[in-house]
Design a protein around this ligand. Structure first.
Ligand code: PBG
Length: 324
């Protein structure tokens, strides 16, 4: 007798009934790049369909994101000026801080997450302060804490440190608490690999290191036990959610961290994962929309609760269409 698993795949209705994993617009977080200026909505060449926005243009964009049902955005800033210590990261009138207060003012229910890192703000492009040719961990912690505090003051719901310095979650938590921001959360990029999949983002955020690479602080793609160590450490230090980044080439890591760590798990479907699908679609080599939805459901199946993705708006349109 032939055992027939195909019976459960016979019709769309049956397939819908036995589907093991779901995805909702509520799982999506949309990343946005903000800069100074007026009336700017500039396409990012390495990431087709993504833009740089000036603070005045961000409100319209957020309105659209909100009306699609996407609950949260992740903001990155491009400063007017860079310096060796990244001091524009914590200036209160920089693009990120101003955008956060504008958005909170207009749309208080929008969840705002802000990326905390120095790489967009340092003239050398590294994620911290350089001493003797290396990124110095402990002096970087102070700059990161100041940056996180400036975001909290502007109204961020969550700060998301992406620098990979040791001890930064604890440093940021105590800085926030000391200043009365007990309710501002931390989504830690706990498991962040030194990945070439960030290539398109570095053009978008003008944050490529001018010398060397980030292997001295971001993780080795060959490691998996270390991912669990990093996730548990950040949980102990007070992170509210944990992130794994990139997503698609690291789904085994998403699964392991899911099993070992009880915090909500966020996976970052990074710029390279986005742009590869866009490029293949452009060449006519793949169906962009189907590939996108497959990638997102696979990230959920691996165990992610939330997905940061440049596809959020496109995916939301498809998910909303389906539900109607
Ligand atoms: C900043 C940061 C990076 C990304 C998010 N935060 C770049 C990097 O570490 O080089 C990458 C995001 C993406 O590729 O979509 N440190």
């Amino acid at each position: 007798m032939i055992i027939r698993p195909r019976r459960l795949r016979r019709t769309p209705a049956i397939r819908d009934m036995v589907r093991e994993t779901g995805i909702s617009v509520k799982d999506l977080i949309f990343p946005l790049f903000v800069k100074d200026g007026k009336g700017i909505k500039e396409p990012i060449p390495s990431m087709p369909g993504q833009f740089h926005f000036s603070t005045d243009m961000i409100i319209k964009e957020i309105d659209e994101i909100r009306s699609l049902g996407i609950p949260a955005v992740l903001l990155f800033g491009l400063p007017e000026k860079k310096d060796p210590v990244g001091s524009y990261a914590y200036k209160e009138d920089e693009a990120v801080q101003r955008s956060v207060s504008l958005i909170k003012d207009k749309f208080p229910d929008m969840v705002i997450i802000t990326d905390v890192c120095l790489c967009e703000y340092t003239d050398h492009g590294h994620c911290g302060i350089i001493k003797d040719g290396q990124v110095d961990n402990d002096s970087t912690l102070e700059a990161l804490s100041r940056t996180a505090l400036s975001h909290a003051k502007a109204g961020s719901d969550f700060v998301a440190p992406s620098d990979m310095m040791d001890g930064r979650v604890e440093a940021i938590r105590s800085e926030l608490d000391l200043n009365g921001f007990k309710e501002t959360g931390i989504i830690s990029y706990a498991v962040k690999y030194a990945s070439s999949f960030y290539g398109p983002f570095r053009e978008a955020a003008d944050s490529a290191p001018k010398f060397g690479d980030r292997s001295g602080y971001q993780m080795d793609p060959a490691n998996s036990n270390e991912a669990v160590k990093e996730a548990l450490l950040d949980m102990e230090e007070g992170a509210d959610m944990i992130m794994v980044k990139p997503a698609l080439p690291y789904l085994d890591i998403v699964r392991r961290v899911r099993e070992e760590c009880l915090l909500p798990l966020v996976a970052y479907n990074v710029s390279g994962e986005y742009s590869m699908i866009k490029a293949a679609e452009h060449m006519g080599w793949m169906d962009g929309k189907r590939t996108m939805m497959e990638a997102l459901i696979c990230i959920k199946r691996a165990g992610a609760d939330l997905i940061i993705t440049y596809f959020a708006k496109e995916a939301a349109r498809i998910l909303n269409g389906k539900n109607q």
